[in-house]
Ligand binder design. Structure first.
Ligand code: NAD
Ligand code: UGA
Length: 460
């Protein structure tokens, strides 16, 4: 058998970089993982992830022990040995909403100092269309010969490993077909070994289908990524705008979207109305797209509307509670779920955090709990919000319980037991994850988003 194993570097050990590095090492490559944050680096060197993600620790520990994955802060140690370098550094938003590309340029320029001629530099970070050409120019100042490609990432937090092994598509953009093939082959190999790798991470196989491989030019690859995220965000905001109408018109948004989404041209995914999208990606990718389009003289009003609608959702829910609960400012509220979604400890731009803060601003006494994200949520939570370490203590004596993230331990509540523990009997389903009849049957008053009309079980 031909040994196709390579030495590669991955820059940035965040959600994307760590996942990429771990999987490439599990596929048999020698991987240098370059991380400049000393705390993150130390944790990874000890064989553990700094964030919660299903399967990642089980996959990481063996490759750290066997030194297939070498976590370091040194470009000098890593880059000269590597034939392929993946850049996975963060691209946060600037205060004006545009993409902050400082880390992207810093990583590229540092790499350019050490790379060998012929090295393939692969941009996995999400960047505005046109960025690659500028990064390439900045790297060329060192006078080295390298190939620059864009290979955007589509994984979701919470299902990062499964998404990376059972991907819908791999997109590689650039003008060197041989280099494009090298990168595509890395993914083909990973795909061919996915069952054995998944087993190590205790990840359930998803299906038997194989992903698509799509080669494009550089700018198209960059635009594919931001367009995909923008469209998903648009679907959510569309569902939320119709949910506001459903509230007024006494329709049930879940029933509406089940039927609308049954049309295969539309699809049901990402039409779940609720407290809106959060996280380290959709909010900043939408604002980054609006800003980069502006630079090309294009106004993406549709995305501005989606973003504004999304911003309004936490306040919309808090207003509903205010209208229903007299003297809310004297009440005790329990906010369950501070992660931006279930399955992750990530609390960046989390709607649950926003809801807790808004309630606190009204004057309510707010207790908040998340099974994994308490620590990460402290950064954005108002200091007056009590962060709780027990679900039971959070809900006991509460006047209003708000479920902001659909962690299984919340969605599978024993509602009767919950009712016995709480005072005020108001139950706010910020994710539309509960059956209204079941909630009301135990004597709770239900508040959802776009569910003022009673759902009639339509399964025949
Ligand atoms: P992150 O902020 O969690 O991780 C980035 C890491 O890079 C940090 O640990 C940081 O310390 C490190 N870093 C920054 N500059 C560095 C440098 N010069 N050298 C070495 N390390 C450096 O980010 P993330 O969530 O993993 O996202 C990375 C990129 O991937 C972003 O562009 C994001 O939009 C995109 N993306 C993220 C996801 C996701 O689910 N998080 C999915 C797809 C794409
Ligand atoms: C998203 C995309 O789904 C990934 O494909 C992409 O790679 C990633 O962004 C990225 O570029 O970083 P992620 O942010 O991990 O992944 O999470 P999602 O599952 O997409 O959820 C995003 C937010 O939308 C969450 O707050 C979630 O609760 C919310 N959401 C999702 C809804 O409000 N309604 C829905 O129907 C679906």
């Amino acid at each position: 058998m031909v040994d196709s194993s390579k030495t590669v570097s991955v820059i940035g050990a965040g959600y994307v970089g760590l996942t990429t590095a771990v999987l490439l090492a599990q596929a048999g490559h020698t991987v240098y993982l370059i991380e400049k944050n000393p705390e993150r680096l130390k944790t990874i060197q000890s064989g553990k992830s700094f964030f919660y993600e299903l399967g990642i620790d089980a996959l990481l520990e063996p490759v750290i022990s066997s030194q297939k994955l070498i976590a370091t802060d040194s470009y000098k140690e890593s880059i000269p040995n590597s034939s392929v370098v993946f850049s996975c550094v963060g691209t946060p938003d600037n205060p004006d909403g545009s993409s902050n590309l400082d880390y992207v340029f810093a990583a590229a320029e540092e790499t350019a100092k050490f790379l060998n001629n012929g090295c393939i530099y692969v941009q996995k970070s999400t960047v505005p269309v046109g960025t690659g050409e500028h990064v390439k120019t900045a790297m060329q100042k060192n006078g080295k010969q390298f190939i620059y490609l864009s290979n955007p990432e589509f994984l979701r937090e919470g299902t990062a490993i499964a998404d990376s092994l059972w991907f819908d598509r791999i997109v590689v953009g650039g003008d060197d077909p041989t280099a494009v093939d090298v990168v595509i082959n890395l993914y083909k190999e990973l795909e061919s070994r996915r069952d054995e790798i998944a087993k190590v991470g205790y990840i359930e196989p998803v299906n038997n289908s194989t992903g698509k491989y799509i080669a494009t030019n550089l700018n198209s690859a960059e635009l594919i990524k931001v367009t995909a995220n923008a469209f998903l965000a648009l679907k959510i905001s569309f569902a939320n705008s119709i949910a506001k109408l459903a509230d007024r018109a006494e329709a049930d948004i879940n029933d509406v979207m089940d039927a609308v989404g049954a049309d295969q041209r539309i699809g049901r995914a990402f039409l779940n109305a609720g407290r809106g999208y959060g996280g380290g990606c959709f909010p900043k990718d939408v604002s980054g797209l609006i800003s980069s389009a502006n630079q090309f003289g294009v106004e993406l009003q549709i995305m501005t509307a989606a973003s504004d609608l999304n911003e309004s959702m936490p306040g919309y829910i808090v207003n509903k509670v205010k209208n229903l609960v007299p003297e809310l400012h004297t009440k005790k509220c329990a906010v369950l779920g501070l992660a931006f979604k279930a399955g992750t400890s990530d609390a960046r731009k989390s709607p649950g955090v926003k809801i807790a803060n808004l309630l606190q601003e009204i004057g309510a006494r707010v207790s908040a709990y998340d099974p994994k994200a308490n620590r990460e949520a402290t950064e954005d939570l108002h200091s007056q919000v009590n962060i709780m370490t027990s679900l039971d203590d959070t809900v006991t004596g509460a006047d209003v319980v708000l479920v902001a993230t659909n962690w299984p331990e919340f969605v599978n509540f024993n509602l009767r037991e919950l009712t016995a523990k709480i005072n005020g009997k108001v139950f706010v389903d910020c994710m539309n994850a509960f059956d209204i009849d079941e909630v009301e049957f135990v004597g709770l008053k239900y508040i959802g988003v776009g569910r003022n009309g009673k759902s009639i079980d339509g399964k025949h």
